[in-house]
Design a protein around this ligand. Structure first.
Ligand SMILES: Cc1ncc(COP(=O)(O)O)c(C=O)c1O
Length: 362
């Protein structure tokens, strides 16, 4: 696998252009544009006192807050330094030789599998199908590949924004339970979906060989603070994951933040109001640019295809950063991902794209 890069590298671009970081409009990282929930500043500042003591490595209050929010038991919850650490631990929990990931999808899975010697297979999503997953096709593939014991799926998927229905997930989970496979389901963007879509957490049973991975980093705009959590109800999976858990992986400040994050009700409501209006508005505006083929998405980013040479560089010159998807397995240099931001920024992006790509509208 070629080296993956991630969105959000504003520092590097600002340095290149010799401008302050604040002047770059970053559409490359899919972070809530409302920023950090200001109601929680005080809590956060008070938590600085915690830096002189170790956090409780069992994180009882943090797990309780997450469990209450999700309507599950604290014992079903695992916490970590971002969703990435939870992914790493769940991937290590199963002693697999072969795993399956979608293509295209978030590149970290493959990197995490490969560094512990697990071979990664791909299920190629089809552009003609808007990159939606055909669950029966995936199950048929698994039936002929007995060596694949871990399946790592993303819903909504990054960078396509496509969700897997709860019905399809149930079908796959039942297959995994029956055939002793493990499903790792990354729902890092589930709370940033239009009309907040239901999570598979609500469907989980203690029989399910399923880990669900969630992130606080995207919704609460804390990629620098870092907080992620994992959920399983299966006793055997819990035991295996406990073996892999790193000690004190959530720092004392993130611990306190997480205990309080779901109390920021107004912020949560405003976030959904922003997304439910701005996401469809950006989709409609992008659809009207003839040189772009934008794919439907349920979440806070869009994948589009455009053959204009050096589009990313041309936008960078205008201080706009988008994510080129050339390092995603199954995509190429003509694919790009843009995050949904506030109304002014979204209009700026669309206008700049129109300027670069020609103004005639459909
Ligand atoms: C699908 C997906 N899962 C997980 C992550 C990483 O989340 P975190 O920053 O919480 O580690 C990302 C980051 O872009 C992602 O796209």
């Amino acid at each position: 696998m070629s080296k993956i890069h991630h969105g959000g590298n504003v520092e590097e671009i600002a340095e290149k252009l010799n401008v302050p970081m604040e002047e770059i409009k970053d559409f490359s990282a899919n972070i809530n544009p409302l920023g950090f929930p200001s109601d929680l500043w005080n809590v956060l500042v008070q938590s600085f006192a915690n830096i002189e003591v170790y956090p409780n490595p069992k994180y009882p209050e943090l797990k309780k807050a997450i469990a209450q929010h999700l309507g599950i038991n604290s014992d079903d919850v695992f916490v970590g330094n971002g969703a990435t650490e939870i992914l790493d631990e769940t991937i290590r929990a199963e002693k697999a030789t072969d795993a399956l990931v979608l293509a295209p999808t978030f590149g970290e899975y493959e990197r995490l599998f490969e560094r512990i010697g697990v071979k990664t297979h791909h299920y190629y999503l089809q552009e003609e199908n808007n990159f939606a997953l055909e669950i029966n096709e995936l199950i048929d593939l698994l039936k002929t590949h007995h060596e694949i014991t871990v399946i790592c799926l993303t819903s909504p998927n990054n960078p396509t924004g496509q969700m897997i229905s709860l019905k399809d997930l149930r079908k796959l989970a039942d297959f995994c339970n029956k055939h002793h496979r493990l499903l790792i389901l990354d729902e890092s963007f589930i709370d940033l979906t239009i009309d907040e879509q239901p999570s598979f957490v609500n469907e989980l049973t203690d029989q399910d060989r399923v880990y669900i991975v969630r992130a606080a980093t995207k919704f609460f705009a804390i990629p620098g603070l870092r907080l992620g959590y994992g959920i399983t109800k299966n006793a055997k999976l819990k035991t295996l994951l406990k073996i892999q858990e790193n000690t004190w992986s959530v720092n004392g400040i993130a611990d306190v933040f997480g205990q309080n994050m779901f109390r920021a009700k107004k912020y949560i409501e405003l976030t959904h109001q922003w997304l439910d209006v701005q996401q469809p508005a950006l989709y409609d505006a992008l659809k009207k640019i003839p040189a772009i083929k934008v794919f439907p998405s349920i979440t806070n980013f869009f994948l589009f295809k455009c053959t204009e040479p050096d589009l990313r560089e041309k936008l960078i010159r205008q201080r706009i950063l988008i994510r080129q998807c050339d390092d995603y397995e199954g995509l190429g240099a003509q694919y790009y991902r843009v995050a949904v931001k506030g109304p002014q920024d979204n209009v700026l992006l669309v206008n700049m794209l129109k300027e670069i790509l020609g103004r005639d509208e459909r």
